[in-house]
Design a protein around this ligand. Structure first.
Ligand SMILES: [Zn+2]
Ligand SMILES: [Zn+2]
Length: 387
C-alpha cells in the first residue's frame, strides 16, 4: 500500500480550534456534526495534504503493514494496522524508525492491532562520577560492616567486601551486557551503600531507553540474577570449604536451598552454627538477594521476566497479590524481612509495567527457556528454615 492511497484529511473544530488528521473520503469544506473529541461541536475538513511529521512515518508504516485507519495529532499517530507477520514487520519498523527519531509501540486492543508512533524520547547523558563515588562508598561501607559488625578482622572484612562487590558487580554487568546487546540505553551500575549489617542494599542499573521486544525484556531481567548466581556458586562453595561447623558459632536463621545443599555436600549435614569464612557469608547474602530480585513483581528483575510472559493486566494482578501476600504472611516473622518486601512491592509498583514496545507478539523459545532457568534459580535460592 502507498501512503498517497490513504485518504488523509485535516479536520478542524469550529468551536475550540482543536484539529487532527484522519483517514476520510470527505472533500475539503465538508463538515462532520458533533465530532470534536474535545468540545463536541462540528468539525470541518480543511486540508488534504499531510505535514511531514505525519507523511514520513506513515510512508514507512505502509511498507510493512496494511493501514486500515489512523488518527494523528501533535506528533502522535495512532494507526490501526494488520500484517501477515506482525512480529517481523514490527522489528523491521523499529530498525528503520530508530535512526529517524520515531518510536513505534505495538498493542492489541479488543482484537485490533494498533501502532502508536511517538517521537523518540531524548536520553539525557548520565554523570559517571556518581557511579564511581557510589562504588567507592560501597566498598567502604561493606568493609566497615565486615570489620565492625561481623568479623572484627581487617583481612576478613576486606575479603567480605571484595566478594560482595564482585558478585553484585557481576549481576549488574549481566544486565548491562543484555541491555547493550538489545540496543537499550542504560546507565552504569549504581551501588547503594548502607549503614546496615551488610554495608549495602545491592546495586541497580537504570534503563533509560524503551525496551523493544519481549525477548529483550526477558533477557534484561534474567541476565543479572543468572550471572550473579553463576559467580556466587563457586565463591560460596570455596567459602564453605574454608568454614567450619561450630555449635557456638554464627547461627544463620535461614539459608537458601542451594546453600543448604552445598552444606550437606561439604559437611554431610546442615550445621546449626558455623565459624563462617567471609566468602561463604557474602555468598549467603547474595543468594538471598538473588531470590528477592527474582520475585516476579513490578519491575524487579523477576518482574521483567514475568511481564514478558503475560499481559499487563495479569501481571498487575500478580504484582498486587504477591505484595499483599508477602506483607500479610510476613508480619508474624519480623526477623525475616518478607513483610518488608511485601510492603516495598505494594508501595513501589502501583501502576502497570509498561512492557516492551511490541507487547503483542509471542515470546520466542530461547527466551522462554531463559525464563525457566530464572525460575529454577529462584527456587534454588528460596530460604529453607534450619536449626
Ligand atoms: Zn472542539
Ligand atoms: Zn538485577
Amino acid at each position: 500500500m502507498e501512503v498517497n492511497q490513504l485518504q488523509i484529511r485535516k479536520f478542524e473544530c469550529s468551536g475550540c480550534k482543536y484539529s487532527d488528521y484522519r483517514m476520510s473520503a470527505r472533500e475539503i469544506g465538508e463538515t462532520l456534526l458533533n465530532e470534536c473529541p474535545r468540545c463536541g461541536k462540528s468539525m470541518e475538513v480543511t486540508g488534504a495534504e499531510p505535514p511531514g511529521w505525519l507523511a514520513k512515518p506513515l510512508r514507512l508504516i505502509t511498507k510493512h503493514f496494511e493501514v486500515t485507519d489512523f488518527v494523528a495529532k501533535d506528533n502522535r499517530i495512532e494507526v490501526e494496522v494488520s500484517a501477515r507477520d506482525p512480529k517481523r514487520s514490527f522489528r523491521t519498523l523499529l530498525k528503520v524508525f530508530r535512526p529517524r527519531g520515531y518510536l513505534p509501540v505495538m498493542r492489541e486492543r479488543m482484537g485490533e492491532l494498533k501502532l502508536v508512533v511517538l517521537r523518540y524520547p531524548k536520553v539525557r547523558p548520565s554523570n559517571v562520577v556518581i557511579n564511581i563515588l557510589l562504588f567507592c562508598a560501597t566498598i567502604l561501607t561493606t568493609f566497615a560492616a565486615g570489620y565492625f559488625l561481623i568479623f572484627g578482622n581487617i583481612a576478613k572484612a576486606a575479603l567480605f567486601s571484595c566478594a560482595i562487590m564482585l558478585m553484585l558487580g557481576t549481576h549488574e554487568m549481566g544486565h548491562k551486557i543484555a541491555a547493550w546487546r538489545n540496543g537499550v540505553e542504560s546507565t552504569l551500575p549504581y551501588f547503594i551503600p548502607a549503614p546496615n549489617m551488610l554495608g549495602t542494599l545491592g546495586a541497580v542499573i537504570n534503563i533509560k531507553g524503551p525496551i523493544p521486544t519481549k525477548e529483550a525484556l526477558v533477557e534484561l531481567g534474567v541476565a543479572g540474577p543468572l550471572s550473579g548466581f553463576a559467580m556466587a556458586i563457586p565463591l560460596t562453595i570455596l567459602g564453605l570449604m574454608l568454614s567450619r561447623p561450630d555449635p557456638t558459632g554464627l547461627a544463620l536463621p535461614m539459608v537458601p536451598a542451594i546453600f543448604a545443599i552445598m552444606q550437606v555436600g561439604i559437611f554431610g549435614y546442615i550445621p546449626s552454627g558455623m565459624v563462617l569464612n567471609p566468602l561463604a557469608f557474602a555468598g549467603w547474602v547474595v543468594l538471598l538477594l538473588t531470590m528477592f530480585n527474582l520475585i516476579p513483581a513490578g519491575w524487579f528483575d523477576g518482574g521483567h521476566v514475568a511481564r514478558g510472559l503475560m499481559n499487563r493486566e495479569r501481571h498487575y494482578t500478580l504484582t498486587r497479590t504477591l505484595g499483599f501476600t508477602l506483607f500479610l504472611t510476613g508480619i508474624p516473622f519480623p526477623e525475616f524481612p518478607l513483610w518488608f518486601w511485601g510492603f516495598l512491592i505494594i508501595l513501589l509498583f502501583r501502576g502497570y509495567h509498561p512492557g516492551a514496545l511490541d507487547d503483542v507478539s509471542e515470546l520466542s523459545k530461547r527466551q522462554k527457556s531463559l525464563a525457566a532457568m530464572a525460575l529454577v534459580v529462584f527456587l534454588l535460592c528460596l530460604p529453607v528454615p534450619v536449626g
